[in-house]
Design a protein around this ligand. Structure first.
Ligand code: 8GP
Length: 827
């Protein structure tokens, strides 16, 4: 009894929304009670951190009944649940979001003051969990927020890393320094460790064949997967889903014999080995990593999650009928990280529950779907077969058999030998996880229209030729609750005023209703005033957190995202250098300069040499420019370190112009672009990822487009690309690169950036130089518009009005309709 999807529009239930559950006074009492009985401090003794924990526990209590009810309805109802398997969930801070969804925001603010504390201090006491790298992890967080808000029963399944993404600092030379992010150093009130619902996950050993032909895996070692449960409260849906993050614990008590001989290190070795599995998030984003520990992590959380789902949906049953499993839950594989789940479910069905191969295969393929988040071939995981064989010998056998079956299927479909070889899941020495996911699941999707098209035409072309119906698109989205309501309360109030309702927060396409107001100068002025106030706020925040002195009367121009060559932070910094040179030399008259403050926010993978060098360059350009009296008040560059969700929530609402300037055909989607548009920034961007769809919706006249298209890029690669010719052809570019090379930004050291300069001039794989002139040329258009404050804000408002499509609620509706074929729970 698979739940069916009723129609295009998923209804959002409002009736079950919590109705001001308590007064501020009552909530203050609840906080006092938590302080007294849980924190064991008096209100007088309490610190803001105590109040934060107490308030978090109090709000959690308000959500408990909805949580229980959602769990019961999920198991007992006839609606198929969604399991979102993801190695990353970049959740951001929890308190404000939980208060919003529990309907307790005002009560909290008043209660905290009544207790004698500053709201800001209490909220600041929360430490952001950095359990993701960037877009992929934040997307997972937006998706589970939307599923709960739509009332769709869902589980997020992942890993509770002890150390999240590294903390970024800059040393005195402007180099990135990574320090461990021990986010659990203080009491963490959100996760509940459920020791009673643990799972055993095993590794290594060998496979033996039994007399009856069945196989038994005899693993060498096991770890205990302990779930840590987080509430995922929906907005006005009365639903609370679960994010279940697994933590690895050892089964082995420490070795008493070794300990008695004072060999402490050896005594704890088994624990260390087991607990290492969930110790650290790999700080990689779209780059190749192939580490044994990473495969252990992947198998660890996927195996625990699949067993958990069986436990949840077939409670207390020794011999459950697992042919109904795909009617109970559908799993989404968030990129290739959880793809080992396909052979794992086969193994569970065959070895643990005695199903035959064909039945197991039929269940498995109905259970999984795969989302690809990249176009970079190096980011598609390929595991050495030897590693899988060593760690998961039974799985390697199963993968070989899947591959053999796949080859037969391709043969029977008339696919030629060479193509079959190209499509191999198992090559003899390697396993291609993206291919396994494509064959082993029902649907494959990309994350923006252009991306999904390129997956079909290029990355997975052979597969799309043979299985055209598997392929679909779901364009990414972001949650308007966190990224508009919480991040930008002023704009939220203005939108509500403009629309006469706040229902847009659960039906974001309603923003369209703002379109006529773009003609109303008074409304546009209010909109401009919101942006201005946000900039003033951000200046205060940046002063407090970073010691920056910002001028909110300048244009705030922001580029925030992971540092990667394809995203082309190089293009931005070269343009900044060029502008700097022009102002300094007087080539541009002082009165013609549009004063700008340029912000960068980006972490580089610790082993990514050129990315780290780019960070160093940006920091040193910042140092030189900000200390040069010749450009004071005209140009400033800031690089707030450790870009994270919190900084995003402050900086995005304060931005006038955002940068989405990747080489066309490289950024799968981007989601920052959506957050900026929804917060009334104008975008300068290439025809890449979701930029294409944003521009289509907001209107070409309200988007600063520049640069080569995918076809032009391909043509240039084919012709043979020579970056030096662009350096010679554009004196602005030549001058900017020469300044990097001549020591201007390295205290005269001409070697400091030579690897970067050499790369630009001889390789420049992502064609930064080829797009430089177009990028510079569009700046005059940007500045001309910015000079007309009313027109600029009118266009920015039209960006807001036409970006409702980019809500993750809509993304979830699309997944429900195209991939999951399920629906919200009945009330
Ligand atoms: C990112 C894409 O780069 C970004 O365009 C997109 O918006 C985001 O995913 C969400 O869909 N992709 C990755 O982070 C990624 O591919 N990570 C690699 C480890 C697979």
């Amino acid at each position: 009894n698979t739940g069916t999807y009723p129609g295009r529009k998923v209804r959002m239930t409002e009736i079950t929304a919590p109705k001001s559950p308590v007064t501020a006074e009552q909530f203050a009492d609840e906080i006092r009670e938590q302080l007294k009985y849980t924190q064991n401090v008096t209100t007088e003794q309490a610190t803001p951190a105590d109040v934060y924990v107490a308030a978090s526990k109090a709000v959690r209590n308000h959500l408990a009944d909805s949580w229980f009810k959602t769990q019961a309805d999920t198991v007992n109802g006839n609606t198929k649940a969604v399991g979102y398997l993801s190695a990353e969930f970049l959740m951001g801070k929890q308190l404000r979001n939980a208060l919003l969804n529990a309907g307790l925001t005002e009560q909290f603010d008043k209660a905290v003051e009544a207790l004698g504390f500053k709201v800001q201090d209490v909220v600041d006491a929360e430490y952001e969990p950095g359990l993701g790298n960037g877009g992929l992890g934040r997307l997972a967080a937006c998706f589970i927020d939307s599923l709960a808000s739509l009332g769709v029963p869902a589980f997020g399944y992942g890993i509770q890393y002890k150390y999240g993404i590294f903390k970024q600092e800059f040393d005195k030379d402007g180099k990135q320094v990574e320090t461990p992010d021990y986010w659990l150093a203080n009491e963490e009130p959100w996760g509940h460790i459920d020791y009673n619902r643990d799972q055993k996950v095993s590794f290594g050993g060998k496979v033996v064949e039994n007399a009856d032909g069945t196989k038994t895996w005899q693993p060498a070692w096991s770890v205990r997967a302990v779930p840590v449960d987080y509430l995922v409260p929906g907005y006005k849906s009365g639903r609370v889903n679960t994010l279940r993050l697994w933590s690895a614990k050892s089964y082995d008590e420490f070795d008493l014999l070794a300990f008695n001989r004072s060999e402490y290190m050896e005594a704890v070795t088994p624990q260390v080995k087991a607990e290492n599995i969930s110790k650290i998030l790999y700080p990689e984003d779209s780059t190749k990593v192939g580490k044994e520990l990473r495969l252990e992590q992947q198998y660890f959380f996927v195996s625990a999650s699949l067993h958990d789902a069986i436990r949840v949906f077939y409670p207390g049953q020794d011999k459950p009928d697992l042919t109904t499993f795909p009617n109970k839950i559908v799993f989404q594989l968030n990129d290739t990280h959880p793809v080992i789940g396909i052979p794992e479910l086969m193994r569970i069905l065959i070895d643990e529950y005695g199903y035959d191969w064909d039945t197991a295969w039929s269940i498995t393929t109905k259970t999984f779907n795969y989302t690809c988040h990249t176009l970079l071939p190096e980011a598609l995981e390929v595991w050495p077969a030897s590693l899988i064989g060593e760690l998961l010998p039974r799985h390697l056998e199963i993968i070989e058999k899947i591959n053999a079956q796949f080859e037969d299927e391709l043969k029977s479909k008339g696919v030629d030998k060479n193509t079959i070889k190209d499509m191999a899941i198992y090559t003899g020495d390697a396993v291609r996880m993206a291919y396994l996911a494509t064959y082993g699941g029902s649907h494959v999707n990309g994350v923006a229209e252009l991306h999904s098209q390129l997956l079909k035409d290029v990355t997975l072309k052979n597969f799309s030729d043979v299985y055209p119906d598997k392929f679909t698109n779901v364009t990414n989205g972001v949650t308007p609750r966190r990224f508009v309501k919480l991040a930008n309360p002023r704009l939220s109030d203005l939108i509500t005023e403009g629309l006469g309702t706040d229902k847009w927060l659960s039906d974001l396409e309603m923003l369209k209703g703002l379109e006529p107001l773009a003609k109303d100068d008074e409304f546009v002025k209010k909109f401009a005033a919101v942006k201005k106030a946000n900039k003033v706020d951000f200046a205060a925040y940046a002063k407090r957190e970073y010691g920056f002195e910002l001028d909110p009367n300048t244009m705030f121009n922001t580029m925030v995202k992971r540092l990667h060559e394809y995203k082309r932070q190089s293009l931005k910094i070269l343009s900044v250098i060029s502008t700097y040179a022009d102002i300094k030399s007087g080539k541009v008259k002082a009165e013609d300069v549009t004063p700008r403050t340029v912000f960068f926010g980006a972490k580089a993978a610790p082993g990514y040499y050129l990315a780290k060098m780019t960070i160093q360059l940006i920091n040193n350009v910042s140092r030189v420019v900000n200390n040069d009296p010749d450009v004071k008040g005209k140009l400033a560059v800031y690089f707030p370190w450790n870009y994270n969700v919190r900084l995003a929530q402050h900086l995005i609402p304060a931005t006038d112009l955002d940068e989405q300037i990747s080489q066309a055909g490289k950024e799968a989607s981007g989601t920052g672009n959506m957050k900026f548009a929804l917060n009334g920034a104008m975008t300068v961007g290439t025809l890449d990822g979701a930029n294409v769809e944003i521009r289509e919706r907001v209107g070409a006249e309200n988007f600063f487009l520049f640069g080569m298209t995918v076809d032009e890029v391909e043509k240039k690669y084919a012709e043979g690309y020579n970056p030096a010719s662009y350096y010679e052809a554009d004196p602005r570019l030549k001058h900017a690169i020469d300044m990097v090379a001549d020591g201007t930004f390295s205290n005269g050291d001409r070697n400091a950036y030579s690897p970067l300069v050499a790369d630009w001039l001889t390789k420049d794989w992502f064609m930064t130089l080829a797009d430089f002139s177009a990028y510079m040329d569009i700046q005059s258009e940007i500045e001309a518009l910015y000079a007309d404050e009313l027109e600029w804000n009118r266009k920015a408002l039209l960006n807001v009005a036409n970006s409702g499509y980019f809500s993750s609620d809509r993304s979830m509706e699309d997944y429900l309709e195209r991939i999951w074929h399920t629906a919200p729970l009945a009330d």
